[in-house]
Design a protein around this ligand. Structure first.
Ligand code: ATP
Ligand code: SKM
Ligand code: MG
Length: 185
């Protein structure tokens, strides 16, 4: 069987990129990278602080350099930030250097999963639903245009999402071996 390529997870805040990514990497005995966390570690500061001091533009610049660096690694599972697809450079790096999985979820689920969160500066407002709907309208077409696979993550647990991704990624890597249909004799 062909080896599973780099796996890059994209999708909105609360889709489960960090949660699913960690589980997926452990199933594949691979290194797990989370671009948000690596940016924070390199900066010695958390994302809200970076947004406060450098603005969203400063964060996006750091994110672009990080995606370029991390997508050049081999045999990794990489969880990207929810806004990574906004830049064309990021979309290209992701598409060219691995298999891209869009973790889809609904705004309703996002609201639930990010309800008490203080680490996402773009959601520290009173009109979270409106903000998330606007992000969905802008970003969903970009996630779709970048992804090799789209996997629903609403109304199912992380373990089921991971099994689904593994099955579909293996089929993509080796369609003959993992075909669901049998060739006629
Ligand atoms: N499939 C799932 N079912 C139930 N809860 C989930 C699922 N995936 C993630 N969660 C929960 O939702 C919350 C947000 O998940 P997570 O931090 O992995 O999202 P994310 O996509 O990495 O978000 P961000 O883009 O902001 O980094 C966590 O509390 C996590 O436990
Ligand atoms: O959706 C977004 O724009 C963001 C998502 C998070 O992963 C972080 O990258 C940051 O909070 C911005
Ligand atoms: Mg995350």
């Amino acid at each position: 069987m062909q080896q599973v390529p780099n796996l890059f997870l994209i999708g909105p805040m609360g889709a489960g990129k960090s949660t699913i990514g960690r589980l997926l990497a452990s199933e594949l005995s691979r290194e797990f990278l989370d671009s948000d966390h690596v940016i924070e570690a390199r900066c010695g500061a958390d994302i809200p602080w970076i947004f406060d001091v450098e603005g969203e533009a400063g964060f996006r610049q750091r994110e672009m350099h990080m995606i370029d660096e991390l997508t050049r690694r081999e045999d990794v599972v990489l969880a990207t930030g929810g806004g990574a697809v906004l830049r064309e450079e990021n979309r290209r790096a992701l598409r060219e250097r691995g298999t891209v999985v869009y973790l889809f979820t609904t705004v309703e689920q996002q609201l639930r999963r990010t309800a008490r969160d203080r680490s996402r500066p773009l959601l520290q407002c009173d009109n979270r639903e409106q903000v998330l709907n606007a992000m969905y309208a802008r970003r969903d077409p970009l996630y779709r245009a970048t992804a090799d696979l789209i996997v629903r993550t609403d109304r199912r647990g992380p373990r089921s999402v991971v099994n689904d991704i593994l099955r579909r990624v293996r089929r993509l890597a080796d369609p003959l071996q993992h075909s669901d249909t049998r060739a006629a004799p």
